[in-house]
Design a binder for this molecule. Structure first.
Ligand SMILES: *[C@@H]1O[C@H](CO)[C@@H](O)[C@H](O)[C@H]1NC(C)=O
Ligand SMILES: *[C@@H]1O[C@H](CO)[C@@H](O)[C@H](O)[C@H]1NC(C)=O
Length: 218
């Protein structure tokens, strides 16, 4: 009786691929091939669904209302906000971002961070700009090289190279199925002009912010 059950199970397992390997390979081998083939097919489908349609992100505006370095103590006083736009080019996959966190770096040093609310993104949708407001704050800048870099950029028209990074966990919704998605990382290397509200008429107009494509990876 035990044998009968085992036979039934093995014939059930062998069944889908048996015709391919009639009498040539053992059942075990055909089952293994079957499993590998199915796994490969799933991987291929996932690849075709995701890989060509990576989420796109761009910084569409930025406002640097304060960015100064105190002499000697090298404390960076800052007030930065950036508007990000995300685009989900997938036709079938909806995205839910959670645990969204943003950090701002200057000279490779993190000077500000903030958490953002969850975001939902339907298929093929460009999100309305997401305001990433780091708010006003102070942070020490470590090292003479970083301070020298700051002074150089301040002298050269006060355009600063600031890196804004965003990380988020994702959930993917495919029709009615929800699955945990990969962790998304966005990196926006920006050149932002420090706003100067006290500039007089003699100073040349400040250059507008250049919208910048960000790198996105998983
Ligand atoms: C920081 O800048 C924003 C505009 O981007 C402004 O509304 C806010 O008042 C500023 N905060 C401080 C403390 O200056
Ligand atoms: C703003 O512009 C004025 C006039 O050009 C200049 O004297 C001042 O140093 C500038 N302030 C900052 C923070 O760049």
């Amino acid at each position: 009786m035990g044998n009968k059950a085992a036979d039934a199970v093995s014939s059930l397992l062998c069944c889908p691929c048996r015709c391919l390997f009639c009498g040539v390979f053992s059942c075990l081998f055909s089952v293994l091939t079957c499993v590998l083939f199915a796994a490969g097919l799933v991987a291929l489908v996932l690849y075709l669904l995701f890989r060509p349609h990576i989420v796109r992100a761009a910084a569409v505006s930025a406002d640097l209302t304060a960015f100064t370095l105190t002499p000697r103590t090298w404390i960076l006083r800052h007030n930065l906000s950036v508007d990000l736009q995300l685009r989900n080019p997938n036709k079938r996959i909806e995205l839910h971002y959670h645990g969204v966190a943003a950090q701002a770096y200057y000279q490779g040093q993190r000077f500000a961070d903030t958490d953002l609310p969850d975001m939902y993104q339907c298929t093929g949708e460009t999100s309305p700009p997401i305001a990433v407001a780091f708010g006003a704050g102070e942070s020490p800048l470590v090292g003479g090289i970083a301070a020298a870099g700051f002074r150089r950029e301040a002298a050269e028209g006060a355009v600063f190279s600031v890196d804004v990074k965003v990380t988020a966990h994702t959930k993917l919704k495919l029709w009615l199925i929800k699955v945990p998605g990969p962790k998304t990382k966005i990196d926006c290397p920006l050149r932002i002009h420090r706003r100067n509200d006290t500039a007089d008429g003699d100073t040349p107009p400040q250059p507008p912010f250049q919208p910048t494509e960000c790198r996105v990876w998983f």
